[in-house]
Design a protein around this ligand. Structure first.
Ligand code: 4NP
Length: 151
């Protein structure tokens, strides 16, 4: 079974959204993958996703149940096949933490996007509620592209 880990800074906004969207799309495409998310930081460890992410995502039918913020660990680099960073800062932090031989597992998530010309999912935490819908648009397009790339 292929496995996917989505990573942002706090693991309360972008990567939980990516986890929910990718799980949904993978299931629709008939795949049974292991999918999870984590943060490069531990500030929100033990907390559920941001309620603004949950609200925006649930409007589009995504399920955030059971998600709890956690910091990425060394074990994750061994355990997951694909490690997908939401922005370049997350990507650089992951490269620094990861054993060198496992670095090829790490990608910028939006590099898989079928639509967006952006290469980062902007952090919505300090912005307005439109930011959460923009995050969803970007994540939906990148999830589609990632699934297509597996064929
Ligand atoms: P995320 O957003 O990385 O998409 O989960 C953030 C959440 C919290 C903070 C920063 C970004 N924070 O600084 O607490």
């Amino acid at each position: 079974m292929k496995s996917f880990l989505f990573v942002c800074l706090g693991n309360i906004c972008r990567s939980p959204t990516a986890e929910a969207v990718f799980k949904f799309q993978a299931k629709q495409a008939g795949y049974d993958f292991k999918v999870s998310s984590a943060g490069t930081g531990a500030w929100h460890e033990g907390e559920p996703p941001d309620e603004r992410s949950i609200k925006a995502g649930m409007k589009r039918g995504y399920d955030f149940q059971g998600q709890i913020s956690r910091k990425i660990s060394q074990k994750d680099f061994l355990e997951y096949d694909y490690i997908l960073a939401m922005d370049k800062s997350n990507y650089q932090d992951l490269i620094m933490m990861c054993p060198e031989y496992l670095v090829p597992k790490i990608s910028l998530f939006l590099n898989f996007s079928t639509g967006s010309r952006l290469d980062e999912v902007p952090d919505p935490y300090y912005g307005g509620k439109d930011g959460f819908n923009d995050v969803l648009d970007l994540i939906e397009q990148a999830s589609e592209g990632l699934i297509l790339s597996l064929n």
